[in-house]
Design a protein around this ligand. Structure first.
Ligand SMILES: *[C@@H]1O[C@H](CO)[C@@H](O)[C@H](O)[C@H]1NC(C)=O
Ligand SMILES: *[C@@H]1O[C@H](CO)[C@@H](O)[C@H](O)[C@H]1NC(C)=O
Ligand SMILES: *[C@@H]1O[C@H](CO)[C@@H](O)[C@H](O)[C@H]1NC(C)=O
Ligand SMILES: *[C@@H]1O[C@H](CO)[C@@H](O)[C@H](O)[C@H]1NC(C)=O
Ligand SMILES: *[C@@H]1O[C@H](CO)[C@@H](O)[C@H](O)[C@H]1NC(C)=O
Ligand SMILES: *[C@@H]1O[C@H](CO)[C@@H](O)[C@H](O)[C@H]1NC(C)=O
Ligand SMILES: *[C@@H]1O[C@H](CO)[C@@H](O)[C@H](O)[C@H]1NC(C)=O
Ligand SMILES: *[C@@H]1O[C@H](CO)[C@@H](O)[C@H](O)[C@H]1NC(C)=O
Ligand SMILES: *[C@@H]1O[C@H](CO)[C@@H](O)[C@H](O)[C@H]1NC(C)=O
Length: 457
């Protein structure tokens, strides 16, 4: 599918959250259960397929609805829909946006699927609708109070008695992200034959790396990360795979080498590709210069400002690729799988000298000066007096935080933050407790893992 950009940017509102939800997240109920199929259909909150309510909860929700004693049909059906969103397969996202749990779910239309036939409904501003239909009507035991703890108002009250305007009401209950930034950033791959799940405007990408990125089953655009000071410095980073046969700048050391007890010439070719034909790359880009402030840029030059990392891959699979900035330390974390094949045949993941099967932690704010000089002589590494990247044993243009685990275990390559992973696919820092660094690591035969990542492990 030519012409589908690799990184796409657009503004989002409530409706887009709904679409991305189906495109990128898995459902979760408020109590962290997975949605399930009820034994029999519910009498009140009728959901087809998986949901978050059992029959007892359905009866409770019906009671809650009755206790509202709303007269108007239009308002009543909206409030029913609001109450029944407890049973929505994504109820966790509706009730836990931002920090604490909510008494009233975010007032988007929670039940519209990303199906194109229905997606026009997602454009409905549900909060506005609730206000328009309900503001005049008495609601008993109203949950729409100003008290976020959700103390109910016993006597009947109208929304107009509790809130001065629709705007004030929807500031509290409506919307989606609550962060006010209005933007979401997506890295995407061509949806080859898969049917679209995201409503994306492909005509105006933020950054188009179609020519650089090599796509295949496990190869492609892997991640994007914005510098913690992006608003000021415009720096952002893309992690992707490339094919050195198709793009000359895709060329780096092979992760299978004699140092690792691995001879690339002995590795099989996969789908006609030679070992280390494919690479994992982190490239730096800049949003400077296209608007007065980086955060206002709607498209940028696809010009690599600097290459951060380049490594040749032994096989075509298991090379993670996500990049994340640590919320507390500001370092760039880079997830890397064991390089592929079954059972990690070269034992890369446990090898302290290999970067395969690891999480790396890199400092991209302090790039050694001699490496910077090296940039300006474009590829000629011998004409500088300083050490080259290769002399330093690095895999790119970064420095190593002094407190990486190698400071306690000399056997470890300095980039390594944690080892022994198979394919750490998506990781996240807990927003409330940044020391909780969780990674989903893809299993081989029977188990998938969620790992708590700590320094050295
Ligand atoms: C329904 O779910 C609630 C909350 O998880 C639980 O306490 C209750 O026992 C369940 N009822 C039935 C009939 O499964
Ligand atoms: C329900 O509302 C109606 C008015 O719409 C009122 O007459 C009735 O007393 C209310 N019932 C309860 C139980 O509050
Ligand atoms: C979404 O909400 C609207 C009311 O705003 C309703 O008419 C529509 O049926 C809802 N869609 C679904 C799928 O429930
Ligand atoms: C979504 O769309 C597909 C194909 O258009 C259809 O088979 C499926 O039933 C739809 N799902 C829902 C819940 O409407
Ligand atoms: C709200 O109430 C006023 C009178 O109190 C009435 O004129 C108006 O039509 C009502 N609006 C709605 C949406 O019911
Ligand atoms: C509301 O009324 C119930 C009984 O009808 C009572 O138990 C409860 O304390 C009251 N709540 C408030 C906030 O007044
Ligand atoms: C981007 O511009 C800002 C000033 O607006 C400057 O401080 C920063 O160094 C620039 N960043 C890059 C990567 O050129
Ligand atoms: C893999 O490497 C680790 C660490 O060097 C070693 O303990 C282990 O025995 C090796 N496993 C295999 C199967 O070679
Ligand atoms: C270091 O940066 C230069 C300039 O961007 C680039 O040519 C080189 O490939 C980078 N080295 C690695 C190993 O990524």
């Amino acid at each position: 599918m030519d012409g589908i950009p690799s990184v796409i940017f657009f503004f989002f509102f409530c409706n887009i959250l709904l679409l991305t939800r189906y495109g990128s997240a898995y459902p979760l109920c408020t109590d962290s259960r997975s949605p399930f199929i009820p034994k029999s259909p519910h009498a009140f909150c009728q959901y087809s397929g998986r949901g978050c309510c059992n029959s007892t909860e359905d009866v409770e929700l019906r009671k809650q609805f009755k206790s509202l004693n709303v007269s108007g049909y239009g308002c009543a059906s909206l409030l029913k829909s609001t109450i029944c969103s407890r049973c929505d397969p994504f109820s966790a996202e509706l009730y836990r946006i931002g920090s604490g749990p909510r008494v009233v779910p975010v007032l988007c239309n929670s039940t519209v699927l990303a199906n194109s036939s229905q997606s026009h409904l997602a454009a409905t501003d549900f909060c506005s609708k609730v206000w328009d239909e309900c503001h005049n009507l008495s609601i008993s035991n109203s949950p729409f109070t100003k008290d976020k703890a959700g103390s109910v108002v016993n006597s009947s009250s109208r929304l107009t008695e509790l809130w001065e305007s629709k705007g004030a009401f929807c500031d509290e209950f409506g919307g989606a992200s609550g962060d006010g930034s209005g933007k979401i950033w997506l890295a995407t791959v061509p949806a080859e034959g898969s049917g679209e799940t995201l409503g994306i405007d492909v005509s105006n990408p933020f950054l188009d790396l179609t020519d650089e990125v090599y796509y295949d089953t496990e190869l492609g655009m892997m991640g994007i990360a914005f510098h913690p000071n992006f608003q000021q410095n415009g720096r952002f980073f893309a992690s992707f795979n490339c094919d050195k046969v198709k793009w000359p700048e895709c060329s780096g050391r092979c992760s299978c080498n004699s140092h690792m007890g691995c001879d690339p010439s002995k590795l099989p070719s996969e789908n006609g590709a030679q070992p280390c034909q494919y690479h994992s790359i982190i490239a730096e880009f800049s949003a400077n210069g296209t608007s007065s402030q980086p955060s206002q840029a709607t498209s940028v030059q696809p010009l690599e400002v600097r290459r951060i990392f380049t490594m040749g891959l032994p096989f075509a699979a298991h090379h993670g690729g996500q990049i994340l900035f640590g919320p507390e330390d500001g370092y760039l974390y880079f997830m890397m799988g064991d390089g592929g094949s079954i059972g990690d045949p070269y034992n890369f993941s446990q090898n302290k000298k290999s970067l395969l099967g690891k999480i790396m932690r890199l400092d991209i704010d302090n790039i050694p000066r001699e490496l910077q000089i090296e940039f300006s002589v474009s590829g000629s590494t011998s004409s500088t007096g300083g050490q080259t990247i290769t002399d330093r044993g690095l895999w790119g243009n970064y420095s190593v935080p002094g407190d990486n685990p190698f400071s306690e275990d000399e056997g470890l390559e300095p980039e390594i933050w944690a080892l022994g992973l198979r394919n750490p696919w998506r990781c996240t820092f807990d927003a409330d407790r940044p020391s909780y660094f969780l990674c989903a690591d893809v299993g081989q035969d029977e188990y998938e893992e969620v790992d708590l990542i700590t320094k050295g492990w």
